[in-house]
Write a protein that binds this ligand. Structure first.
Ligand SMILES: Cc1ncc(COP(=O)(O)O)c(C=O)c1O
Length: 441
């Protein structure tokens, strides 16, 4: 594994996130530069980026337009506050984002990450219910296997056990819907599975249990981090209808599905269901500068602002909300999305990507393949008594063969930059197929 790579002298100080630190530091893999569809390792090997970094570099790496926008802004004004103060570029960035969100969701609150966006959305939902005289609505509903980042709100509403169990009691008044995954009825579906709309009915059961104390439901329209779970046909529609019936806000966490990943600006558009609030991050700036945002329906914004006494209306925000460098990157990234019609490119490439993914059916240990837009999840049977080992070995084999994939336990998740072309798709799936074969035993 990469013994020749020059190593920085000291790997101790950096406590790496979501990482097996001991394992990684015993055999580090270092990325040194990036351009277009490729990373280059520090021993100068070309590595095809099958994951757009971490689902975020949607326009491809090193985009000159974004880099130059950041450079210009850094030279003009490095930082300015947005508390009781403003700078034009933050307003311009918000307007750009609002051009892309579904009609009505045009009030944009800036954060620095997906986690902060999730917690911000939950807080706005609680503030809204209180503003309209329903302060008893304090309960937040998430979904098993949901991922909404690592803040206490997102972690609590999220439904990934390992992300929660080290951290105590979490938020009170949180409940969860069941996950939508039913492999015995859905395995190897292309796009949305036929089976599973009824999983949404669990929300009716939670309303029966909790009465009028539910403020909001937060789900990923397509769950990414848990290993790619595509929503069953009719599921999100049913969730929307039950929320409307009971005055519950519906929040879509579009940190992964935003900015073209499903072939439309947001997943809401592709899936035909409009939530009340959308969270985003990642593709917003093409990941060149950290930034997140929450798009809020105008009705919610007005209810909170109009109900407030004179003065500050929402006691929430971050020093770096609307940071000038991030705002410059967001504007440039949005302009690139439009100029190159990146969602359209994703749509055009989807059939080839989907075919290549489903061609892995029949390889040893491949027990499910799930696809939508430029996202694919390939689920492998775990080795007996050694969950996640096969996945990690497939990951290493791909990396050593010059392809970056992502694994969640034994599920391989692929989400290349939206500029991907057919030869990249062939190399991506060809390398993965060879790695899966090699780990057949
Ligand atoms: C759906 C979703 N929400 C939230 C997050 C957290 O984003 P961040 O890591 O920027 O805090 C992620 C990250 O992958 C995500 O996929």
């Amino acid at each position: 594994m990469n013994e020749l790579a020059p190593r920085p002298n000291n790997l101790d100080a950096f406590w790496m996130p979501f990482t097996n630190n001991r394992g990684y530091k015993a055999g580090p893999r270092m990325l040194a530069r990036a351009e277009g569809m490729f990373y280059y390792s520090n021993d100068n090997r070309e590595i095809l980026d099958g994951t757009a970094g971490l689902w975020c570099v949607n326009a491809g790496h090193g985009r000159r337009e974004i880099t130059e926008a950041i450079q210009r802004q850094a030279a003009t004004m490095d930082f300015a506050p947005t508390f009781q103060m403003g700078h034009p570029i933050a307003f311009a960035a918000a307007a750009k984002v609002a051009e892309r969100t579904p009609p009505g969701l045009d009030r944009i609150f800036f954060t620095n990450s997906g986690s902060e966006s999730a917690d911000t959305a939950l807080k706005i939902a609680l503030a809204y219910q209180r503003a309209r005289g329903e302060a008893q609505r304090v309960r937040l509903i998430g979904r098993e296997r949901g991922y909404h980042g690592v803040g206490f709100g997102g972690m609590s509403v999220g439904g990934i056990g390992v992300n929660r169990k080290q951290f105590g009691a979490l938020l009170p008044y949180v409940d969860h819907l069941p996950a939508t995954h039913a492999p015995e009825h859905q395995a190897f579906s292309r796009g949305q599975p036929e089976y599973g709309a009824h999983f949404a009915d669990a929300l009716e059961a939670l309303v029966a249990l909790h009465g009028d104390t539910i403020a909001a439901v937060m789900v990923e329209p397509l769950a990414g981090s848990t290993g790619v779970l595509v929503p069953p046909k009719g599921y999100l529609e049913r969730l929307r209808a039950i929320c409307d019936k009971h005055n519950i806000l519906l929040i879509f966490d579009e940190v992964i599905t935003g900015f073209g990943r499903l072939g439309t600006n947001f997943g809401a558009e592709r899936l035909g269901v409009v939530p009340d609030i959308i969270t985003m991050a990642k593709g917003l700036t093409n990941a060149a500068v950290p930034m997140g945002a929450v798009a809020v329906h105008d009705r919610i914004f007005r209810a909170i602002v109009d109900a407030a006494p004179a003065g500050i209306e929402l006691f929430h925000g971050y020093t770096y909300s609307g940071h000038p460098l991030a705002a410059a990157a967001a504007i440039a990234a949005c302009d690139l999305h439009t100029a190159e019609d990146l969602p359209g490119r994703a749509r055009a490439m989807e059939p080839a990507f989907e075919d290549a993914a489903h061609a892995l059916k029949g390889l040893p240990n491949v027990i499910d393949i799930r696809t939508m837009g430029l996202v694919a999840g390939i689920e492998l049977a775990p080795r007996a008594g050694k969950p996640a080992e096969r996945g990690m070995r497939v990951f290493h084999r791909c990396f050593d063969a010059g392809v970056l994939v992502r694994v969640t336990a034994d599920i391989v998740a692929l989400s290349p930059p939206l500029i991907v072309e057919k030869p990249h798709i062939e190399r991506l799936f060809g390398t993965l197929a060879a790695a899966i074969q090699a780990e057949a035993a």
